[in-house]
Design a protein around this ligand. Sequence first.
Ligand code: FES
Length: 626
Amino acid sequence: LVEHVLRFQPHGKKATPRPGASLLELAIEAGVSIESVCGGTGKCGKCRVTVAHGSSFLSAIGEGERSLLGDVSDGSRLACMTRVLSCGDIVIHIPEESRRGHHRLLAAGEERKVKLKPALTKAVLALPEATLQDVRADEDRLMDALSDQKGLKARMANAVYPDLPKGLREQNWTVTATVYRDEEIIRIEPGDTADRLHAVAVDIGTTKVVAYLLDLNTGKVLDSESMPNPQIPYGEDVMSRITYSSREQGGLENLQSVILEGLNSLISSLCEGAGMEEADILEVLVVGNTAMHHLFFGIPAKHLATAPYAPVVRSSMTVNAEDLRVRAYPSAKVSALPNIAGFVGADAVSDLLASGLYRDSGFGMMIDIGTNTEIIAGNKDRLMSCSCASGPAFEGAHIRHGMRASSGAIERVWIDPSTRDVRYRTVDDSAARGICGSGIVDAVAEMFKAGIVDHAGKLRTDGSDARVRKAENGSAEFVLAEASESANGKDITVAQHDVEEIQLAKAAIFTGVSVLMGKFGVSGDEITTLYAAGAFGTYVDAGSAIAIGMYPDIPTPRIKFIGNAAGAGARMALKSVSMRSLAERLSKKVEYVELAAEPNFQKEFAKAMFLPHRDRERFPSAMRKE
Ligand code: FES
């Protein structure tokens, strides 16, 4: 008897195909989690999979399935609606957005493989003992050994001299020299410490700071820590922080010192968790947008805020930890990747490294959504970038019941267009406390598709939906979760104002997308890959992002979720000097487009305020589902 297998990729988990069973049921049996917001009733479209092999053993596609999926030429099916007809070998691919519970892991950012060759190396040297016949100075003795045994000619960092005599003699003239870029000795330790080589990669976002502890001998991430950007009390967005830094007495120093304190506390907890000393950190590599970069290094950011928005520094920077008061070995290096322009910084360069967009031969687009959204479009021949002030709405700010994506946040919403029944899912499946960014985008998309808000984003108050009511302030609101279901016993609503905030944010992003496509003379369907970066870009449902007109209308399989790509790129650069050279080249190659200077910017923005867009024909799939 031949034993047939149904394989789920990319997990590689297996099930036995059983006639009559749905792919969703078999996935559950195999321990594979697939999104199924509507509970497997064929209504939400979230359980999309592709059949890579064995479609003849499966039921034929139905009309309902086809209308939810749109283009099915790639073998797309709804897992809950597809049943096994007869036994045979079947391979099913589960795309990123259909994998339940996978999102949070991804937020760490996916690195591309790089060859491990960090800027830091450790050279273990056996020195000849000082004698009356050999009275060379300690420094000369070390330099000679480095040259003879490793072929390196380096200079000594001044901070190393006090440690030199003890370092040389304590372990019988065996020492380990840490060399930076083959040119500077930044640390001397007695004995052989080659197995300890640690560094920290840091992504300084406007809203969140994430630090990763790396073992540079293996390239492994040992741990990560994050915190809200401690500059937030001085201004929520980049502009207000720049204003504070330039207008207030001591403003720049204040902003620099709070971010340094924040970073130091992240380094301390990383080291504590790994049972290491802070002095074991030998490099800290930082990425951030240009304003975060300048403020971190104490460089005036004033000119970033006014035309022509010129940055002070574009190229990579390196300073000593002690000069910045960073908690690491005093002569450890604190470096930053290069910036592109005033509003497209080292974080976008880092995104480029992680996405690999610069190598693509088709037409790609990378969108890193944050309080400020960076977009880079193009391919191996030409790259253009722009920056959009999308604001913090996607982080849950300025949304009445908005919250961060923590326990109890509504993160997925589904509204049945015929019955208007609302279903939602919360983070950790706990009682609803509020709505996070992905939840509010889903909510607006679903409200639009169900006809609860119109093309202009207005809630329909004609009494057609019992969940739409007047709030205390007289404006309309939609009840998403009723008081009986919520954690605090109060209704959780989407207000008219919330819909407007989302319209503003998505219009800012789509205007950037649209301007860059215009520069290249390509249309949405020519985009071969859309790299969605940043935590929000990873959590947000691609279909909903298209439905509201934030992403261009492309088949969702072309959207690749790359998580916190800025952090991933920073880690790649820490691990590989050739990635740093590439970053330097890319920062010069990427052309910058100043959106505000574009003659049709205002017109494009006004059109993008509609759901999904004033030119509906640009969103054929979204309109089909309306
Ligand atoms: S679970 Fe398949 S369509 Fe909802």
